[in-house]
Design a protein around this ligand. Structure first.
Ligand SMILES: CC(C)(COP(=O)(O)OP(=O)(O)OC[C@H]1O[C@@H](n2cnc3c(N)ncnc32)[C@H](O)[C@@H]1OP(=O)(O)O)[C@@H](O)C(=O)NCCC(=O)NCCS
Length: 216
């Protein structure tokens, strides 16, 4: 897949040559995430063997300015972590028959954020879900704005306010504006002090009547 977006960038399936730049981008976009939760060059190359349709980069000329990693999974109501759902980021947990596209990350370089690139990537994932006959996409978004208020409330209180729409978070609010419905916090999902080690489970069905589970 390859197409021009926003009149000047290329959104496409990565090649093996992009893997090094993708790995470098991870460290820039997720500066407080533990090193074992950052996707390496070798893992990016493996993803192209496992589920090429789900992987994208956005290029400005030859430079990778955004990237995303995707697998296919069902909804798991039991507690799980970022590393468990992704087979330590190798995507061995990819299930070609699962109901949902599972977005492991979207990484837009800080100099390119707020220009519509993230929305284009989430829309491209929705197209993949449609083509593969999935119900839509789900992801776990990092509530990175927690860092600003961590002396005033717990991460549970922060997520509660986010889900009620009472506060704005740079990541989770952007994801809701793109189409996601917030479900619940996943505590101890990853190792990132900025987000209180938490992510917020969310989904975006292709058909608005489709629910993630009987409770959501
Ligand atoms: C979150 C992220 C993927 C969004 O991508 P982006 O290219 O910056 O977002 P877009 O420009 O496409 O904006 C999409 C929508 O979100 C809104 N938005 C973007 N940044 C926002 C912010 N800081 N606060 C509130 N809303 C925001 C935009 O206004 C837009 O909505 P609108 O069209 O209704 O105005 C990107 O900022 C990013 O990579 N952040 C750091 C890494 C991360 O947290 N990734 C996601 C979790 S894995």
């Amino acid at each position: 897949m390859k197409k021009i977006i926003l009149g000047k960038y290329t959104l496409q399936t990565p090649t093996l040559e992009h893997a090094k730049q993708q790995a470098e981008l991870q460290a820039i976009v997720f500066p407080t995430l533990s090193w074992e939760e950052l996707i390496t060059e070798e893992k990016y190359k493996k993803h192209l063997e496992i589920f090429p349709e789900g992987q994208f980069v956005v290029l400005d000329g030859d430079r990778v300015v955004a990237s995303c990693t995707t697998l296919r999974q069902n909804y798991h109501k039991e507690h799980h972590t970022f590393l468990e759902i992704s087979d330590n980021l190798w995507l061995g947990t990819h299930d070609p028959n699962a109901d949902w596209i599972y977005g492991l990350d979207v990484s837009v370089h800080p100099n390119y954020q707020g220009r519509g690139i993230g929305r284009e990537i989430y829309n491209a994932r929705q197209d993949v879900a449609r083509k593969l006959g999935c119900k839509g996409q789900m992801t776990a978004g990092m509530p990175i704005g927690f860092e600003r208020v961590k002396n005033q409330m717990t991460i549970a209180e922060y997520c509660d306010k986010l889900i009620k729409g009472e506060i704005i978070d740079p990541t989770v609010t952007a994801q809701t504006k793109c189409g996601f419905i917030l479900v619940k916090p996943l505590f101890d999902y990853l190792d990132d002090p900025r987000s209180g080690n938490c992510s917020v489970l969310m989904y975006w069905p292709l058909d608005s009547k489709t629910k993630l589970s009987e409770n959501h």
